[in-house]
Design a protein around this ligand. Structure first.
Ligand code: IPM
Ligand code: MN
Length: 356
């Protein structure tokens, strides 16, 4: 047992706001335990980027923050948001800024129903719900191009443009094909789009999908679903999916839906990945202000994100161990929902450590 190299990983930790610090604490607790077991060395550096800091200093991110973050092997992120800050300021100024500046072009969101976890879909179990969403993470409507004309007048015009580039689409598709090959399960990649209406952008996606698939991934079956239909299929027949690839906005939407079928945001882990650079791992859920400081929030999404971080650093064995430990703990929990788990946030972390 042990890591394949003698490296000390430099990890930037951004606990953020609300319940972010609580779930990050449990994630770090689990990392500490798994690192000891597998002789992995990590050097953690805390950053206080948050809505709270913004309210105090008026600065969303310090000027040198991105350059600082570039020096790390990975970033571990909690959640960001503040009830007194206008929507968009912190999201664009911190989270999206890091995703874009560090070119984390993949948002990887595994959707897996763990043992003993309630899914609202009747008659479906862990064998039916096990797929991965690969969301493009640096393009689409998220680029923020647009503006107002005659703002605040009756003649007001608001424009927001979605951008897809061949390069951006292609690298995302290749990552998704590779992901299906690596999983080695159904060997199927579903493109989720809207070719019937977004006849430019998804025409590009569709052509690239088929060209790349024909040329380099003949072993992977190709499948297509319009995004509206896919929301229906994910409820009706989640067992049909292996890897789903889609653009930034559709990926954002379908992964909230997908989180519900895997037990909720309390278990939904994610990674913002730059395969050639610095990646950032975060639970999909937000700051959950109603539960802040109460030791009631579910830390499994953050713990699962730590496992994704280990895997992306190449510590596959340790990542697997964390996931296996999570799967031993979920059956002991009453619910995946905050305040209904039948145990505290810290106890969930302790149980995962014990299961390791
Ligand atoms: C997510 C979130 C973000 C997004 C928000 C907070 C900007 O919903 O990570 O899915 O839309 O990407
Ligand atoms: Mn979202």
């Amino acid at each position: 047992m042990g890591t394949t190299n003698n490296k000390t990983y430099k990890i930037a930790v951004i606990p953020g706001d609300g319940t972010g610090p609580e779930v990050v604490r449990e994630g770090l607790k689990v990392l500490k335990a798994v690192n000891a077991k597998y002789r992995i060395k990590m050097d953690l550096t805390d950053f206080d980027f948050s809505g709270e800091r913004y309210m105090r200093t008026g600065e969303v991110l310090p000027v040198n923050a991105i350059e600082e973050l570039r020096k790390f092997d990975a970033i571990y992120f909690g959640a960001i948001g503040h009830p007194d800050v206008k929507p968009g300021v912190l999201e664009k100024g911190v989270l999206l800024k890091i995703r874009f500046e560090l070119d984390q072009y993949i948002n990887l969101r595994p959707v897996k129903l763990y043992p003993g976890v309630y899914t609202p879909i009747k008659g479906k179990g862990p064998e039916d719900i096990d797929f991965v969403v690969v969301r493009e993470n640096t393009e689409g409507i998220y680029v923020g191009t647009g503006g107002f004309l005659k703002k605040g007048t009756p003649d007001e015009v608001a424009i927001q443009t979605s951008i897809s580039t061949r390069k951006g689409v292609e690298r995302c598709l290749r990552y998704a094909f590779e992901c299906s090959r690596k999983r080695n399960k159904k060997k199927k990649l579903t493109l989720c789009g809207k070719t019937n209406v977004l006849t430019y952008q998804f025409d590009l996606w569709d052509r690239a999908f088929n060209e790349i698939g024909d040329k380099d991934y003949p072993d992977i079956k190709r499948d297509y679903a319009h995004v509206d239909a896919l929301t229906l299929y994910l409820i009706e027949c989640p067992e049909k999916y292996d890897v789903i690839v889609t653009d930034n906005l559709f990926g954002d939407i379908i992964t909230d839906l997908a989180a519900v079928i895997q037990g909720g945001l309390g278990v939904a882990a994610g990674g913002n990945i730059n395969p050639e650079g610095v990646s950032m791992f975060e639970p999909i859920g937000g700051t959950a202000p109603a539960f802040t400081g109460k030791n009631q929030i579910n830390p499994l999404a953050a713990i699962g994100s730590a496992a994704l971080m280990l895997a992306s650093l190449g510590e596959e064995e340790a990542a697997k161990a964390v996931e296996t430990a999570i799967m031993k703990v979920t059956p002991m929990m009453k619910s995946m929902r905050a305040a209904e788990m039948g145990m505290g946030t810290d106890e969930v972390g302790d149980k995962v450590v014990a299961a390791l």
